[in-house]
Write a protein that binds this ligand. Sequence first.
Ligand SMILES: N[C@@H](CCC(=O)N[C@@H](CS)C(=O)NCC(=O)O)C(=O)O
Length: 235
Amino acid sequence: MAGAEDLKLLGMWASPFVLRAKLALSLKGLNYEYVEEDLKNKSELLLKSNPVHNKVPVLIHNGKPVCESTVIVQYIDEAFAGTGLSLLPSDPYERALARFWAAYIDDKLLPSWTKTSRGSTEEERAEGKEQSAVAVENLEGALRECSKGKPFFGGDNPGYVDVILGGLLGWVRASEELYGINPFDPAKTPLLAAWAERFGALEAVDPVIPEVNKLVEVAKMMQAKLAAEAAGASN
Ligand SMILES: N[C@@H](CCC(=O)N[C@@H](CS)C(=O)NCC(=O)O)C(=O)O
């Protein structure tokens, strides 16, 4: 890693947003100190570093905090431009496209997945499923357009959109077991299904993705807690 840089990541192991920061650091080959946060008892450092949202991830670079996963990934790419892969394309138009699709993942894909899995009524969950299908189909088109037949959104190498979508990979894998849904169904979105395999198998990526059985365990605990709260509220 470059010289005497001091890099610290405040995170929570199951968070897809934290995974984005870990993926960017790993793909750039940067060393950093990882600090696991207890989100029920947040550290002073987290509260001080992200006073607006109090959320992880936070990257602290030489004492200066950077918040929000998409901002962190872009910051890492720019602050360490000379190190490892370039995540954002150098061409301004391609960079704009990459930012557009990253925003689409957060604005459309994630909310539709949340609605599918945690919608409070059957109708809401069905609506979430429909919206997910549209979002995933649009991303299949984005992969076709951005990759131009190459293996990744970033082309020959993984880039910004790969990292933003890649952060969700642990939960994509867990989804089959939890909800019987493969969000990147090879029959419907073959490019995304192959991408998920290819990206997940990279040397810089595979060890960083949380284990599926641990994610499933955590999700089941959360589901049980929500069910108990709902039962308590209706009594
Ligand atoms: N938009 C944020 C979302 C971060 C986020 O939601 N983090 C969650 C963990 S997955 C968190 O810290 N939650 C704690 C809280 O809401 O109090 C990002 O992209 O970084």
